[in-house]
Design a protein around this ligand. Structure first.
Ligand SMILES: Cc1cc2nc3c(=O)[nH]c(=O)nc-3n(C[C@H](O)[C@H](O)[C@H](O)COP(=O)(O)OP(=O)(O)OC[C@H]3O[C@@H](n4cnc5c(N)ncnc54)[C@H](O)[C@@H]3O)c2cc1C
Length: 342
């Protein structure tokens, strides 16, 4: 076990909400380390939809998941946070009032005054469709996320599913694909009506195929897919020729070790009060998708707000003797100095 790293605040999860929390904490002079299971920074934005546009970040009409991650990294640069990637936080032990010892599966130990849980849905994993032998094609012909759209240029793609991810990727990838087929078990989609309309127009124009049914078996060899056997709603069997399959059956949110940290849980989410987003354990806060409270919206902008309020209360734990004066970045020369702009 390595020597304990001492820090003011330890953030669990380097998704967008964890990243923005670094900014709010930094403005109030709190030093931060972040831990994430993934090998990259950005949480769902970087892992699940790096190239998809987001339209509801205040003041930014359009930014991709990766673009937002990069912008947040740029914004928190002045505070020089330290990232510990490919590590999962396993345990949190109370050692002070408040004060915590946090340990990762790599044996790294942190000692901090405040813990911020911004663990999203925990360790999220795509749901695997019930198709025999699908594992043999995973990561060669079957993919559960689109990391680089270019990878799918000139492919014969079969997208399976009826939700937003299935429809969005159908629309985004069809211009690159050699042939695009969307397969859903019924002719009724959960996705946004506008996306469904666009998809139906492409089908009517002969630019892609829509099939109703379920994949029962895959054809191919050595991890290379050549087709999928489909059972239609009328029980008729057919084969869809494809070299790539993208099933979007949703994600299983595996809470993982979060369940063992002594925090109250409600439906696998951490209840918080809404003045500071603190949990039932003083000094441990929960922000972003992982928390719950009346009216909660799982939006990035909600997590940003939660991070700002969390930092105000965290300051009391880290600097119990200092009075906090509210300041604007526009007009405070001391905040501007911290940001390196003055
Ligand atoms: C396809 C799609 C489109 C979306 N579009 C929008 C949109 O347009 N607008 C919008 O506002 N929101 C959108 N969202 C939702 C948005 O991505 C989430 O609200 C946001 O990512 C939540 O951020 P977070 O920081 O709370 O958690 P996450 O982004 O989930 O990050 C949490 C991180 O915590 C890590 N973690 C979990 N447990 C541990 C542990 N024990 N130890 C270490 N690390 C851990 C995970 O690996 C993960 O990286 C979309 C989501 C999806 C899937």
């Amino acid at each position: 076990m390595s020597e304990a790293i001492k820090t003011d605040v330890l953030i669990i999860g380097a998704g967008p909400c964890g990243l923005f929390a670094v900014f709010e904490l930094g403005l109030l002079d709190m030093k931060v380390h972040l831990v994430d299971i993934l090998d990259k920074i950005g949480g769902q934005c970087a892992e699940l939809y790096p190239e998809k546009p987001i339209y509801d970040i205040p003041g930014i009409p359009l930014v991709t998941g990766q673009g937002l991650t990069e912008a947040l990294l740029e914004q928190i640069k002045p505070f020089n946070p330290t990232f510990h990637l490919n590590e999962m936080v396993e345990s949190i032990e109370k050692i002070g009032d408040p004060g915590f010892r946090v340990t990762t599966d790599a044996g790294q130990v942190f000692e901090c005054k405040v813990v911020v849980v911004s663990a999203g849905g925990g360790s999220f994993q795509p749901k695997r469709p019930p198709v025999p032998g699908i594992e043999a094609y995973e990561n060669t012909s079957v993919f559960y996320a689109v990391r680089k759209m270019e990878q799918f240029r000139d492919k014969e793609i079969l997208i399976v599913g009826g939700g937003d991810s299935a429809l969005d990727w159908t629309l985004n990838l069809h211009p690159l694909a050699k042939r695009m087929t969307l397969l859903h078990r019924r002719d009724d989609f959960r996705a946004a009506p506008h996306s469904v309309e666009q998809m139906r127009k492409l089908v009517a124009d002969g630019k892609m195929d829509l099939k109703i049914g379920q994949v029962t078996a895959l054809e191919g060899a050595d991890g290379k897919l050549s087709g999928a056997q489909v059972k239609g709603s009328d029980n008729a069997m057919s084969t869809v020729s494809c070299d790539t399959m993208l099933p979007f059956f949703g994600l299983t949110m595996k809470l993982g070790p979060v369940a063992n940290w002594g925090l109250h849980l409600e439906n696998n989410l951490i209840p918080v009060e809404t003045a500071s987003f603190e949990t039932n354990v003083p000094g441990i806060f929960a922000i972003g998708d992982i928390n719950t409270y009346p009216g909660k919206l799982k939006l990035i902008l909600s997590g940003f707000h939660e991070g700002a309020l969390m930092a105000q209360k965290a300051h009391r734990y880290v600097y119990p003797d200092k009075r906090l004066v509210f300041q604007y970045t526009t007009s405070s020369s001391s905040l501007q100095k911290k940001l390196g702009v003055n």
